[in-house]
Write a protein that binds this ligand. Structure first.
Ligand SMILES: NC(=O)c1ccc[n+]([C@@H]2O[C@H](COP(=O)([O-])OP(=O)(O)OC[C@H]3O[C@@H](n4cnc5c(N)ncnc54)[C@H](OP(=O)(O)O)[C@@H]3O)[C@@H](O)[C@H]2O)c1
Length: 283
């Protein structure tokens, strides 16, 4: 399936995976609704095809305002064919060092916000008897990994919602639901990740810097969606292996992850840092 002429709404389109997805859909001749909070960055992305772009900035957790944005988005071309819930925030802090408010924020941005937007778009897609909803979860949505307990919780939860939703609307109304599972992709995700006190980490880490190029990730996602795939892994190497181990040999995977947890705990005990991954990259 080609996305030419389709209306595609991407949240978190101001950088990273969302920006690369917008560019990939522009190349296919799609119309893009670009959302995020940073207006200047959204306008920069829209400049690739201004005649096929609507810049629609908003905070995804501003639930009371969402209906008006859905109204604007739908009214632009009288339909939405594809909604990609991509906006999200990660975490880099051990549970021992993480305040409850950080967990709350991760659940809001990574779980409740995509659910809230989808709930508003869904009735209109049901009415038009077509549509495609996607969510960018993560390998961390299938595999619980250290330094990301809140992020893993939210990304696991969002898979539960979207898998359940697919079961309700795919055969019944012809609406497709794709769950995307990226491993490390070269974006600002680690820079923007929350640490234990709720502040942003402010710098990247080696896993992300050596991850998959963002254009490659976008290509895999767009191709998978064009094929109507229900689950799209976007991972390679040990992250793809971890996804497979999770179902094929979970005990072995848990052993490997526990070793990493013990290493991080040792660093924490020695250095008192709330971000042990930092100690590693600085050594
Ligand atoms: N990169 C990876 O390795 C990786 C791996 C697995 C999953 N993911 C997921 O991929 C998605 C995109 O992340 P990325 O890697 O591209 O990182 P990124 O460059 O930090 O992009 C995050 C995007 O989300 C938007 N956003 C964040 N919080 C928002 C909020 N409260 N309201 C509105 N927009 C918000 C940001 O826009 P503004 O700042 O303009 O608001 C930005 O465009 C996220 O869901 C992330 O969890 C990434």
């Amino acid at each position: 399936m080609s996305f030419e002429g389709k209306v595609v709404w991407v949240t978190g389109a101001s950088s990273g995976i969302g920006e690369a997805l917008a560019n990939a859909f522009f190349k296919q001749g799609a119309y893009l609704i670009l959302s995020g909070r940073r207006v200047a960055e959204l306008e920069r992305v829209a400049a690739a095809a201004p005649e096929r772009a609507l810049v629609l900035p908003f905070e995804t957790t501003d639930y009371d305002a969402l209906p008006q944005y859905v109204e604007q988005a739908w009214g632009w071309r009288g339909k939405i064919d594809v909604l990609i819930n991509n906006a999200g925030v990660s975490q880099r802090s051990l549970a021992l060092d993480t305040k409850l408010d950080v967990y709350r924020q991760l659940i809001e941005v990574d779980y409740l916000a995509p659910l809230a937007l989808t709930q508003l778009v869904l009735p209109r897609m049901v009415e038009q008897r077509s549509g495609h909803v996607a969510v960018i979860s993560s390998v961390a949505g299938k595999v619980g990994t250290p330094l990301r307990t809140g992020y893993c919780g939210a990304k696991h939860a969002v898979i539960g919602y979207f898998d359940g939703l697919r079961a309700e609307v795919e055969a019944a109304y012809g609406i497709k639901v794709s769950v995307i599972l990226p491993g490390s992709v070269q974006t600002s995700v680690a820079v923007n990740a929350l640490v234990g006190d709720g502040s942003s980490r402010g710098r990247s880490d080696a896993n992300i810097d050596n991850g998959m190029p963002v254009e490659t990730a976008a290509q895999i996602i767009v191709s998978g969606m064009a094929e109507g795939k229900r689950e799209i892994p976007v991972a390679e190497g040990k992250e793809l292996a971890a996804l497979n181990f999770r179902t094929q040999d979970p005990e072995r995977l848990f052993d490997m992850l526990a070793k990493e947890g013990a290493r991080l705990a040792g660093l924490r005990e020695a250095g008192g840092s709330t971000d042990p991954s930092d100690i590693r990259s600085e050594r």
